[in-house]
Design a protein around this ligand. Sequence first.
Ligand SMILES: [Fe+2]
Ligand SMILES: [Fe+2]
Length: 185
Amino acid sequence: MKSTEELKAEHEGILLGLRILEEICGRLERGRKVEAAHLDGMAAFIKEFADRCHHAKEETVLFAELEKAGMPREGGPVGAMLREHEAGRACVRGLDEGIAAYRAGRPAARLVENARTYIDLLRSHIDKENNVLYPMAERLLAPGTDKSMLERFERIEKERVGEGRHEEFHRMLEKLEKEYLEEGK
Ligand SMILES: [Fe+2]
Ligand SMILES: [Fe+2]
């Protein structure tokens, strides 16, 4: 199914973002300074790319199609995934507060704590989707639904994130990947 492939490709982008964020946390814990613009960029990536776009595609398209195909929302994997999206949003609110505190010259502890909780949550969430929920969707959904799902994905991307913003985030990740993961730590 092309729609689950698109979502899996987005997971790869999110996982790269999480590795960068993890290195940022490590540097902060070792007492190093991190540029506020990089923190803001990562927070924007998480909010816009991961939540407003990727999670919206799952919630309003994939999960909705699964429910239509007979998978109950409560007591099943869809309900569990929705609760994890909500838990992620709570972490992001904490992360924003942590970034604001760090910018104001206070310790990075709140930032790091929320970022690490978010990293752990999203890694296990993505693992469950890639290995359990998406394979179930591929078995359950009729092949004919794929085209309409992809069209709705495109609309979400345009309306919620805006054209060109995805590419902007990919460029930012490439730049931060070089700075945090490839050059001498
Ligand atoms: Fe998800
Ligand atoms: Fe996902």
